[in-house]
Design a binder for this molecule. Sequence first.
Ligand SMILES: Nc1ncnc2c1ncn2[C@@H]1O[C@H](COP(=O)(O)OP(=O)(O)OP(=O)(O)O)[C@@H](O)[C@H]1O
Length: 324
Amino acid sequence: MIEVEHLSKIYGSTSGIQDVTFSVEAGEILGFLGPNGAGKTTTMRILAGYLPASSGTARIAGYDVHEQSLAVRQRIGYLPETPPLYLDMTVEGFLYFVARLKGVAAGDRHRRVKAAIERCNLQEKRRVLIRKLSKGFRQRVGIAQAIVHDPPVIILDEPTVGLDPRQIIDVRNLIKSLADSHTIVLSTHILPEVSMTCNRVAIINRGQIIATGTPDSLEANLTGGAGYEIETEGDSAAAQQLIKMLPSVRSVESISTTEANRYVLRVISQPTTEPGPDIVAVLVGMGLKIYEMRRTRASLEDVFLELTMEETVTSDQLSVTSEQ
Ligand SMILES: Nc1ncnc2c1ncn2[C@@H]1O[C@H](COP(=O)(O)OP(=O)(O)OP(=O)(O)O)[C@@H](O)[C@H]1O
C-alpha cells in the first residue's frame, strides 16, 4: 500500500532524511520510531504530499506522492504534529467543511461526518466550539478530519504528544480500532506507543532507517540485553573471567549479591547465539552451585538505545531490515 524508495530531503545545507526505503502492507500499523530530529516529520510530510522530496520516490496505493498528489491526497488522511483546526467552528461544522474540501459528494457528507464523529467518540461534542475542547478532544477532532473522506491510508505524526495518560489510552485505542479497515503509519519518539499500537516498526536515526521488523523480531534478533541471569555462589571474579571467554558471550557482570556469598551474574549473549549450556558447563566445571538461571530478553527499549547510540550498524543488525 505504501512504497518508499531511496527518499532524501535536503534543507539548504541540512540533511533531513537520507536514502529512506520502507514499505507498508495493507492493514498494517507501522510505527516510525526515532529520537527528536531523526527525520520523522520530514518523512510524514513528504508522504502526505506537503513537502517535495529532494530525490527518491514514494507511492501510496500505486500513486506517486509528487506526480499524482491529488490522487494521493484523496487516498490518505493526515494528522500533522499540530492539527489544522478552526477554533471558531463547532466540531460538526468543521468536519462538514473538511469533507467538502476533500471532495466528499454533497449527498454523502452527512453519512461520512456522522461516521467520523462516532468513530472518534465525539457525539457529545458535536455542537461544541473547537476552542472549548481539551487537547485530547482536539486530537480526536484532528483524527476525525483525517478519516472523514474514508481514506484507505492514515498518516499520524506524533498522535499522542502532549496528552495526559487517560487521553493517550483513548487515542491509542482509537488508532487500533481504525486498523481493521485502514493502513496506518504513525510517528513517535515514545517506545511503549510502538509496542502497544503497531505491528511493525521502522527505527529512524539521523535521517536514516536503521532497522525494521515486528517488535518481537527486533527484540529477538538484536542483542540489546538478551542473555541470562544466573544466581550462583563462590569466586565471582573467576566465574566471570571464564564465562567471558566463551565466544557466544558478549559481556558478563555481577549485578547483585544475595544472602550468604551468593550473587547474580548477568550475561549478555552475542546476537543469535545460545550460550546457556556452555555457561552451565563452566559453572559446574568450577564446582559452583546454580540456584536459579533465567533467560532475559531484550526489550524494544534496549534495542532502540543500542541502535540509536551506535555510530554505525553492523551487517548482522541490518539483516533485520529484511521483511520478517
Ligand atoms: N524547514 C526546515 N529547515 C531546515 N531544517 C529542517 C527543517 N525541518 C526539519 N529540519 C531538520 O531536518 C532534520 C529532521 O527533522 P524532522 O522534523 O523531520 O525530525 P523529527 O524526527 O520529526 O523530530 P521531532 O520529533 O523533534 O519533530 C532535523 O535536523 C531538523 O533540524
